[in-house]
Design a binder for this molecule. Structure first.
Ligand code: RB5
Length: 149
């Protein structure tokens, strides 16, 4: 599995802390930022989203201070379903099982590395349930950009 990860300065420490656990789930591509110097989170969201969209079966992880900015930015990309999961795995489970999320967003200033690692573990070990959820996800893909307005 290919995993693309990106962060801003507020997510840098957590990104570094996740390195080893992430590597146990697949090949990790670190798309930056690579220091605590101030950057703009949409730039790194874009990098990760474009990589996920261009790589079949891949997933992304985006980390900023709260995870909010990264999730807002990522969900502007058609085909990206970015889920903000700042708890210890509950949201990550349903993000995959019900929403078929392909990007996990985390708040570097909100979650400890242990809590984030649990979300990562759950995210990568939970499958999309399909069934009634498949039609709902299709509605997101078509309605979110006004095509069915
Ligand atoms: C950076 O200070 C902060 O605004 C950013 O990391 C993020 O939390 C935005 O949503």
């Amino acid at each position: 599995m290919e995993i693309f990860i990106g962060c801003d300065h507020a997510g840098f420490t957590l990104k570094e802390a996740l390195g080893e656990v992430l590597a146990s789930f697949g090949t990790v591509h670190d798309l930056g930022t690579k220091s605590e110097g101030r950057v703009d989170y949409p730039d790194f969201s874009k990098r990760v989203c474009e990589s996920v969209l261009g790589t079949p079966e891949s997933f992304g992880i985006l980390i900023c201070g709260t995870g909010i900015g990264m999730s807002i930015a990522a969900n502007r990309f058609r085909g990206i379903r970015a889920a903000l999961c700042n708890d210890a795995g509950f949201c990550a489970h349903f993000a995959r099982a019900h929403n078929n999320a392909n990007i996990l967003c985390l708040g570097g200033r909100l979650v400890t590395p242990d809590v984030a690692m649990e979300s990562v573990r759950v995210f990568f070990t939970t499958s999309f349930e399909q069934g009634r959820h498949a039609g709902r996800v299709t509605k997101i893909e078509t309605c979110a950009f006004g095509e069915n307005a």
